[in-house]
Design a protein around this ligand. Structure first.
Ligand SMILES: Nc1ncnc2c1ncn2[C@@H]1O[C@H](COP(=O)(O)OP(=O)(O)O)[C@@H](O)[C@H]1O
Ligand SMILES: [Mg+2]
Length: 332
């Protein structure tokens, strides 16, 4: 069956939020018709990039099963995630697909010893009972360059942000996941340690065969770690393909602006989040047609009335009417 070749299939995924109340009540489509796939047995780092408020976290939370989609499907190894229940959800899916969060200082309660989280993970996921937990914990910590001996009995404040993020990645690795979903995992980590976490992701992919969905607003680290990248804007993937092609030769006008706002010669001075004010956000989300039309230097009439389809050009998908002459070729 064709399904068996896919680790993850995201199909026409939509999430609508109702915001405000009373007369100010309105809807925004935080994720609008998003589709992409990750191959089975072909570990990769797939990056979801875009400015703050583009729908990255909402997409990640749906894939993790934390919130239900408004419509569309998420298939993990051919199984619809929204239909998983009970043991299959807890002992299969949640083991295989693990989250890594943004802020390790929030992941760990300051009053709780860090190793207690690791023991809890071992026990809660049914990996081993507490007395046999040393081995799986130590193995997971070894993968991130630490050991249980170093971590044992210590509190979060006794570690640096980088070390804590390593420990939270180790926690995620205890269940031997096939997919990590890491939402802005280095944004709270010191600049000097960002690359070491990025290298860790590469190593996990290459040596452990873990696929990683890396979510970031930082194109410098995205370029460094990713195999493929999806650029999101206001709920839509506007460009998707190999990171090399997309960041060296972007086609979508939004990707171009995003790329050019990364100061290239100094990798430490990265693009810092938003390029527009949040007051625009809601309007853009609610606009018809291409959400980027209001800011696009190449805007045409059609852009304001209808969202373009995915167009295959130069080995990547681009949602932009500038390439509409390639549309027919995309359907082959
Ligand atoms: N629970 C929610 N209720 C209402 N709006 C939400 C909720 N979560 C996110 N949003 C809105 O959805 C949009 C996308 O947010 P988010 O997925 O967090 O983007 P990103 O992670 O790219 O910054 C934003 O406009 C945000 O305000
Ligand atoms: Mg986010």
């Amino acid at each position: 069956m064709e399904q068996n070749n896919k680790l993850l299939e995201v199909r026409n995924l939509i999430k609508v939020f109702v915001i405000g109340s009373g007369f100010a009540r309105s809807k925004i489509t935080a994720v609008e018709n998003v589709s992409f796939e990750l191959e089975l047995n072909k570990p990769e780092i797939f990056t979801l990039a875009g400015e703050s408020g583009s729908g990255k976290t909402t997409l990640a939370r749906m894939i993790l099963g934390f919130i239900p989609p408004s419509s569309g499907n998420i298939l993990y190894k051919g199984k619809d995630v929204s239909k998983l229940k009970g043991r299959e959800m807890e002992l299969w899916f949640m083991r295989e697909v693990q989250p890594v969060f943004q802020n390790p200082f929030e992941t760990f309660n300051p009053l709780k010893k860090v190793d207690s989280y690791l023991y809890e993970t071992v026990v809660n996921y049914g990996i081993a009972n507490k007395k046999d937990a040393f081995k799986p914990i130590d193995e997971a910590l070894n993968l991130v360059g630490l050991s249980l001996q170093e971590v044992s009995g210590r509190y979060p404040h006794e570690f640096s942000g980088g070390q804590l993020q390593r420990i939270s990645i180790a926690r995620a690795l205890i269940t031997k996941p096939a997919l990590l979903i890491a939402d802005e995992p280095v944004s709270m980590v010191d600049a000097s340690l960002k690359m070491s976490i990025c290298n860790l992701f590469k190593e996990l992919k290459e040596k452990q065969g873990v696929s990683i969905m890396y979510i970031t607003h930082d194109l410098a680290t995205a370029y460094y770690v990713s195999d493929r990248i999806a650029i999101m804007f206001r709920g839509n993937i506007v460009e998707l393909g190999s990171v090399e092609k997309i960041l060296t030769d972007p086609k979508h006008p939004y990707t171009k602006i995003l790329r050019d706002s990364v100061p290239e010669p100094d990798p430490e001075r990265k693009w810092q989040g938003r390029i527009e004010l949040s007051s625009f956000e809601e309007k853009e989300y609610q606009s018809r047609g291409c959400k980027f039309a209001g800011r696009c230097p190449h805007v045409m009439d059609i852009c304001r009335s209808k969202m373009p389809e995915d167009i295959l050009i130069d080995g990547r998908l681009v949602k932009c009417y500038l390439y509409a002459s390639n549309l027919n070729k995309a359907i082959v």
